[in-house]
Design a protein around this ligand. Structure first.
Ligand code: TGC
Ligand code: FAD
Length: 392
């Protein structure tokens, strides 16, 4: 891959809306991605291998638990800082952002929100430092968009419970130390359980042959009569709302992250268009290419404004789940469209690993599907504005 020459677009001077601290955090994440992610990420994607060497770096920029209080090892930052960190990481690669999203919003968040003090002390500092890596098991082979139908179950057995079932499409599963798993009790009520590697009957086979998120490890979580101490059940909330509240936090991060992928594609295409000569002039001089680039920067700017406003609302505790859905849906679609257009601007070069665009484009096919598909987010908005439930 070529040297990373990324320069972030800021067409509407959105930096003016950020504090000095926001900019400092953003710039530190940006510098780390340029130094430690860009040089290795193409090879990692080609090899379909998560680059575990970047785990300490992710921890050092505050990507593991940006908004988790410092007393538990988190960075104690606000929601805009969290968003900016996700934006910068996904500028490098959506798979790396996935690892950070899962660790922060889907593992640390539920332990922090719904765990006991003992669970928080035991797991959060190690997850924040990257000593422990986590995964989140909601999706099952037969229950993706409809997690309420899950069949993974546990039974009371005195001082412990016995867990049986399987989760599919689980980011970080092949190397996770702990998994926050959602399962039904004997009364059909959903609870979160902390499953630890080494527990007998717990296995995490990797899913191979993905054409998307190749630098992120995806796999299964399989439970065959796994004995889980009752002290590993999250007591603070039960029901589907518990995992869905974690998704709110992760979807918020994706709404910002997708902007990073789009910015990288736009910046690459703009630079290429100015340098590539055809018919005696730079292709940037042709109206057809200008249309593509002008539309890209317009869509990126709109997405930046949406994400920033959502960050303010979330910080004030006012953001609704439906508002988060809208931003996730809009910004991921924006990014995937930009990746496709940017790929065309590079012509044949666009399909190679010399440039990041095709990798972003393939990654975004997962991003538009996980954390609620594009369709599901549209239906969430539909329900919110009409009051009519079109899911089932
Ligand atoms: P529904 O009846 O609407 O809701 C059940 C209960 O949950 C409450 N609720 C929420 N609570 C918090 N946050 C939200 N976003 C919530 N949405 C709903 C709701 O109020 C209700 O509470 P209560 O107290 O009345 O019981 O549930 P439903 O079964 O009709 O489903 C609704 C639907 C389809 C929107 C939901 O199931 C959904 O979002 N499906 C998509 C599944 C999904 O997003 N899976 C993601 C798996 S994790 C992942 O993909 C990680 S990718 C790795 C990475 O991030 O990088
Ligand atoms: P389905 O639910 O079977 O959907 C198939 C199609 O039907 C979609 O187009 C969908 O939009 C449509 N559809 C479904 N229901 C409706 C409806 N009511 N109305 C209209 N259309 C509908 N999950 C986790 O729990 N943890 C993870 O860490 C995780 N990581 C992932 C990593 C990757 C790379 C991928 C690809 C997925 C990951 N997922 C994870 C799972 C992800 O959340 C699911 O793939 C997603 O929720 C969709 O579920 P599904 O794939 O079963 O598709």
């Amino acid at each position: 891959m070529r040297p990373d020459l990324f320069e972030a677009p800021d067409y509407y001077n959105l930096d003016d809306l950020l504090t000095e601290e926001h900019k400092m955090i953003r710039d530190a994440a940006r510098a780390w991605v340029k130094r430690d992610v860009s040089p290795i990420i193409e090879q990692a994607a080609q090899d379909a291998k998560f680059p575990e060497s970047i785990i300490p770096g992710l921890a050092s920029i505050g990507a593991f638990g940006p908004y988790i209080p410092t007393e538990y090892g988190g960075a104690g930052l606000d929601q805009i800082s969290y968003g900016l960190i996700m934006q910068e990481i996904e500028r490098g690669d959506s798979g790396v952002r996935s690892t950070a999203s899962v660790q922060s919003s889907l593992v640390m968040y539920p332990i922090w929100k719904y765990g006991t003090e003992e669970q928080k002390q035991k797991f959060l500092p190690k997850l924040a430092s990257g000593e422990f890596m986590g995964s989140f098991g909601l999706t099952e082979p037969d229950h993706g968009s409809n997690p309420s139908g899950m069949v993974t179950r546990f039974k009371d057995a005195g001082d412990h419970v016995i867990l049986n079932g399987a989760k599919l499409w689980i980011s970080n599963s092949p190397f996770c130390d702990v998994a926050v798993v959602w399962a039904k009790d004997e009364n059909d009520r959903i609870h979160g359980l902390i499953v630890e590697r080494g527990m007998e009957g717990f296995t995490t086979p990797e899913t191979h042959n993905k054409w998307s998120l190749r630098a992120s490890a995806t796999g299964e979580l399989i439970f065959q009569d796994v004995k889980i101490p009752k002290s590993n059940i999250l007591p603070g909330r039960s029901g589907l709302g518990a995992p869905l509240s974690c998704l709110d936090s992760a979807r918020f991060g994706i709404a910002w992250g997708a902007i990073g992928a789009a910015m990288d594609c736009y910046d690459t295409a703009l630079r290429y268009a100015k340098e590539r000569i055809q018919f005696g002039k730079p292709i940037a001089a042709f109206q057809l290419q200008q249309k593509k680039l002008a539309e890209m920067i317009t869509e990126i700017t709109k997405a930046q404004l949406l994400a920033w406003r959502l960050g303010v609302l979330r910080e004030e505790g006012k953001a609704t789940s439906a508002q988060i859905s809208m931003a996730k849906r809009n910004n991921v679609e924006m990014a995937i469209n930009i990746a496709r257009e940017a790929r065309q601007i590079l012509g044949g070069m666009g399909i190679t690993g010399e440039y990041s665009i095709m990798r972003h484009m393939m990654n975004l096919e997962s991003v538009i599907t996980y954390e609620g598909t594009h369709d599901i987010h549209l239906l969430i908005t539909g329900l919110d504005i009409t009051g009519e439930n079109a899911f089932s």
